[in-house]
Write a protein that binds this ligand. Structure first.
Ligand code: KIV
Length: 317
């Protein structure tokens, strides 16, 4: 939505634009990245960048930064909405956020998580939820957590034309059964289990797989032995791409939980507190707003007319 004070291009503007013989060129129409583009990045050994977004603003920032894929991750439950864990967010609330992110994005391939409770009970429920995220949420693909046990769901989704990114290793929606947010695959057996998950989700038709919180050596091994992109978060430098939660990368929440795999590229929390502190001081000391800079004018004759009317009103009483 435009700010009410910013005018939409009027018909007059469009006519002038055309009369000056400026034509809309094919290049000026920016195309959204597709699965083919992601596949091309993978085939050319170009690392794939993925970032989460949780609303219109973070969607627009990720999009305008030219990130390859944007993930509306269910991390938004904790990061943007303050829930205790990702399992608390209702589907409708998640969909609402997905719609907001999609309105802010035009270029990046958009993936939406299937939140907890929206896909586990049956394949038809998974299809219904995915259809909602694609038709109403305007996502291009969905992501779901799980390995071999969820492969039949992945197969059914891909068969009806819904691209699926799988998510294995540490799967936060299952933190209760995993005993918390812990590194996975750090024993021979558990690493082999994750490798088998990777093979099964690939076989089921996933176009990519997120590998979360596993040893770097296992991330490398899985990546070298799959023919779909692996997107790592705490899976080392050798995966086909990386994903981070945007609020972590920008340190917007100053959270006390600091996973080892997060790199903070900005102290957004401190910068925001400092900037808002400056604003508060300016308000208190009347430095803001500045007359003539942040203010609107009224012509002298209009102002005189206004005062005249006020005086007339006073005299009537
Ligand atoms: O919910 C999320 O943001 C995620 C990524 C961290 C992979 O699943």
């Amino acid at each position: 939505m435009l700010h009410p004070l910013i005018k939409r291009h009027s018909l007059q503007f469009i006519r002038t634009f055309h009369s000056t013989n400026v034509k809309f060129s094919a290049q000026s129409i920016i195309k959204r990245k597709s699965l083919n583009d992601i596949r091309q990045l993978y085939n050319s050994n170009t690392k794939i960048s993925v970032l989460t977004a949780h609303d219109y603003i973070s969607g627009k920032i990720a999009n305008d930064s030219d990130v390859d894929m944007i993930l509306v991750g269910d991390s938004l439950a904790m990061v943007a909405l303050g829930y205790e864990d990702t399992n608390e967010i209702p589907f409708d609330e998640f969909l609402y956020h997905c719609r907001a992110v999609s309105r802010g994005t035009t270029k990046s391939f958009l993936i939406a998580d299937l939140p907890f409770g929206s896909y586990e009970s049956s394949i038809s429920k998974a299809i219904e939820s995915s259809v909602q995220l694609i038709s109403k949420g305007r996502a291009n693909a969905i992501k779901l957590e799980g390995g071999k046990e969820i492969a039949p769901t992945i197969k059914s989704l891909t068969q009806v034309g819904i691209p699926v990114m799988a998510h294995i290793g540490l799967t936060p929606q299952r933190s209760n059964s995993l005993g918390g947010f812990k590194v996975q695959g750090n024993t021979g057996d558990s690493a082999f289990d994750i490798y088998q998950d990777a093979l099964e989700v690939q076989k089921a038709g996933a176009f990519a797989v997120v590998l979360e919180a596993i040893p770097a050596k296992i991330g490398k091994f899985i990546t070298e032995n799959l023919s779909i992109p692996t997107i790592g978060i705490g899976a080392g430098p050798d995966t086909s791409g990386q994903v981070l939660v945007q609020a972590d990368l920008l340190n917007l929440t100053n959270s006390e939980i600091n996973p080892k795999f997060v790199k903070k590229y900005l102290n957004g929390y401190k910068l925001s507190i400092d900037a808002i502190g400056e604003y508060i001081n300016d308000v208190k000391s009347q430095k803001f707003p500045e007359l003539g800079i942040h203010t609107y004018k009224i012509k002298d004759d209009h102002y005189e007319n206004f005062i005249k009317k006020v005086d007339e009103l006073k005299n009537k009483k």
